[in-house]
Design a binder for this molecule. Sequence first.
Ligand SMILES: Nc1ncnc2c1ncn2[C@@H]1O[C@H](COP(=O)(O)OP(=O)(O)O)[C@@H](O)[C@H]1O
Ligand SMILES: [Mg+2]
Length: 251
Amino acid sequence: MSLRVDGLVHGYDGEPILRDVSLAVEPGEVLAVIGPSGVGKTTLLRFLALFERPDEGRVLFDGTDAWAAPEDERLSLRRRVGMVFQQASLFDASVRRNVEYGLRVRSSWGDRLRSLVRGNGTADAVREALGTVGLEHSADQSAGSLSGGEAQRVAFARALAYDPDVLLLDEPTSDLDPRNTAAIEDAVDAARGRGIGVAIATHDMHQAERIADRVAVLLDGRVIEDGPPERVFEDPDDPRAAKFIDGELVY
Ligand SMILES: Nc1ncnc2c1ncn2[C@@H]1O[C@H](COP(=O)(O)OP(=O)(O)O)[C@@H](O)[C@H]1O
Ligand SMILES: [Mg+2]
């Protein structure tokens, strides 16, 4: 599924944040959204996830305008999207329970995973999701005993267990050590391999270089660059993007 925002405009308390943003997340592609802190990366992901209605502009799921669609259709579009936040929030239960939760929420919504959950597919799906983040042996551990990095990997596995078409990752490794960061990056790679479209907000340009097929630079409420990492990092069109990439532009 292709997820796209078109002409997105939004502000808070009269302060414009997104002035005119058009951007697409395509199946099997990793899009890195970079830009200085406070520029609106999280806000943009929240609109992609249909958490809030933008002041102006459209959010398109395979061309369907989500905010023009009836509410039940919008809800079912919303379920195609998995999200991982900067800070994992797991509940006080085993790792397995936390990942299963993704499946159960989906099944209670009555979508195509219902039959999987009723049958004995749950255990397989949980095992597979945990395997993707390298935590297949931690299923029985209590979530409270995990390190921050491991908890973030479980949150990623939970999002994968939703079986999303699109994964939105909001700076998922900003607080993690290199080993846990590598595990998340490997999992992003695996998600891409399954045809999932991934949008990852990051301020780590090296990470964008490592994992992204496409990089969008957000500045002053607009996407000022959108292209392959080699092009955007080595030969940006916009002088402000060059400054940001060179580390001169710090907000
Ligand atoms: N719900 C909200 N109410 C008021 N201001 C908000 C809200 N959400 C975001 N903002 C403001 O929008 C701007 C962009 O925030 P954010 O999207 O979190 O930036 P980033 O993720 O790039 O650091 C910030 O100035 C922030 O304070
Ligand atoms: Mg943010």
